[in-house]
Design a protein around this ligand. Structure first.
Ligand code: NAD
Length: 508
């Protein structure tokens, strides 16, 4: 069901509703795993229904993987790695194939985006750019990079030569979440493949469709069989089997802190595989009274929490506002929250799509209720909407009067719920900003350049924005500190995860 004609006006990257409408209702056949270059059913024959958050209906099913399926995929990845069909291919040849893959992703960009929207609920405009086009860009970037990475000669004594080689690590296991599966998956798959590794990918059980399609495109581009495998199914079954495998060398993960902890345990109980974890956040977005443009700050901050229904790891979910501008700023944020058009994510007119699942929606509403019980006020949203569609939609929600010790201040919602807390001065803002276990992202709005630099230094986060929020580019690394994780995706720094440094001593 590939869409061969470019669905967009390339001059302005505008999607057209007509093109979306042509594919949005297509029946989706049940999907198997992708192992050793072909689609196969689960060993057990079991399947998992995929529910669309757009209307709550069953969309299709994917294989409910077993430990045997995961072992089969890992064996396939291992033999592909050891016989060198990819790992020993000339970097310039790997580059050609990865760039071809980028072109195929662009060819199928609309199909990939619609698949993703149907199983995870992201608004189509965002899915098209942040999933499809960004994935293509990621494969092109790491494909282009791989024949420009050199080894080193160490400055040793004269009579000996110390060589430092970059060796691929072997079999990479990648586990990704349901939000932005294609984008986040590509951040891991592309550099791992570029470096010459084989991969087994485990998508979230509820958002596998676009990644299964990607695996087929990789095969079409010329990635040899066994080099890129996808095993679908539950984290507690196939994810655990991957984590406990003695034959996975490196595990790269994006998801919750709770699962990240499990992966470290699995590693300790098996082969001490290196684990790189990209985890959750509770990111502070700090508005000083000297912000250059408070109206712009409110507009960008609202998008920074509510787009994709707040299901963005770096979402600015804690708004810290200086006391003397607090009431006016919160009123402005509430106005923006109420203005967003929430609706079917396949309609270009919808600015915000669906919450990923019923259980996520219920958890979001529980956060609102607990916050109210702890004394916060709901000044916008706070409820499920459009329930007549059968889908899972929530009104963008602003909760004011949230205290540092409150549940809503300390814990990640991963939904469209903003916690607002006032602060007195710079020291107070820093104290509140650093008062959670997370350290993923932050924002600071001020005209004072010295203050901006102090905040960049003092706020414990992997990413910080000044007078903007949510900027993103493949050339800039993304990673957290504290309990938000320990690895970096994106940029050339991400390559470090997928190489071992191998030292060679040569007596002259
Ligand atoms: P999750 O941890 O529940 O699931 C993530 C993946 O782990 C899924 O594929 C799941 O099947 C798998 N998994 C679950 N249990 C497992 C187990 N026992 N063993 C092995 N694998 C297991 O997270 P989620 O709900 O899918 O995603 C939301 C979380 O991801 C949020 O916390 C969000 O902040 C985080 N996230 C972080 C980033 C980042 O870059 N730091 C980006 C996106 C999302």
């Amino acid at each position: 069901m590939s869409v061969r004609k470019p669905p967009l006006n390339k001059a302005n990257l505008m999607l057209q509703q007509e093109a979306i409408d042509a594919v949005r209702g297509q029946t989706l056949a049940p999907r198997g795993h992708f192992i050793d270059g072909r689609s196969i059913a689960s060993d057990s024959g079991d399947v998992l229904d995929i529910i669309s958050p757009i209307d709550g209906a069953i969309l299709t099913s994917v294989a409910a993987g077993s430990k045997a399926d995961m072992d089969r995929a890992i064996t396939s990845a291992r033999s592909a790695f050891e016989d060198g069909r990819w790992s020993k291919m000339a970097p310039a040849q790997r580059k050609k194939i990865l760039i071809k893959l980028a072109e195929l992703i662009e060819r199928d960009a609309l199909e990939l985006a619609v698949l993703g929207v149907r199983d995870n609920g992201t608004e189509i405009n965002m899915a098209y750019k942040a999933e499809s086009l960004s994935a293509a860009g990621t494969f092109r970037y790491y494909g282009e990079a791989i024949d420009k990475i050199y080894g080193q000669i160490a400055p040793t004594a004269n009579s000996v030569l110390g060589l430092i080689h970059h060796a691929p690590v072997g079999v990479v296991g990648a586990i990704v979440p349901w939000n932005f599966p294609l984008m986040i998956g590509s951040w891991k798959i592309a550099p791992a493949l570029a470096a010459g590794n084989s991969i087994v990918l485990k998508p979230a059980e509820s958002a596998s469709l676009s990644l299964l399609h990607l695996a087929k495109l990789a095969s079409e581009a010329g990635v040899p069989d066994g080099v890129f495998n996808v095993v679908t199914g539950k984290g507690s079954v196939v994810g655990e089997a991957m984590g406990l495998s003695m034959d996975v060398d490196v595990l790269v993960f994006t998801g919750s802190g709770a699962t990240g902890r499990r992966l470290l345990e699995y590693s300790a109980r098996s082969n001490l595989k290196r684990c790189y974890l990209e985890l959750g956040g509770k990111s502070p977005n700090i508005i000083f009274n000297d912000a250059p443009d408070l109206a712009q700050a409110a507009k960008v901050s609202a998008a920074g929490i509510f787009r994709n229904s707040g299901q963005v790891c770096v979402a600015g979910s804690r708004l810290l506002v200086q006391e003397d501008i607090h009431d006016d700023f919160v009123a402005e944020m509430s106005r923006h929250a109420k203005d967003f058009k929430v609706g079917n994510p396949l309609d270009l007119s919808s600015q915000i799509g669906a919450v990923h699942s019923l259980s996520e929606l219920e958890a979001n509403l529980q956060f609102v209720q607990t916050a109210q019980e702890e004394g916060a006020q709901c000044v916008a949203g706070g409820k499920r909407i459009l329930s007549e569609t059968g889908g899972y939609y929530m009104a963008p929600t602003v909760m004011s009067g949230v205290k540092v010790e409150d549940n809503l201040h300390q814990n990640e919602v991963f939904g469209p719920v903003l916690a607002v807390t006032p602060f007195k001065d710079e020291a107070d803002a820093i104290r509140i900003a650093n008062s959670t276990v997370y350290g993923l992202s932050a924002g600071v709005w001020t005209s004072n350049l010295s203050r901006a630099h102090r905040m960049i230094e003092e706020i414990k986060s992997g990413v910080i924005h000044v007078n903007t929020y949510g900027g993103s580019d493949l050339t800039v690394p993304l990673g957290g500190v504290k309990q938000s994780g320990n690895g970096h995706d994106k940029s050339l720094h991400a390559m470090d995860k997928y190489f071992d440094l191998k030292s060679a001593w040569i007596q002259l």
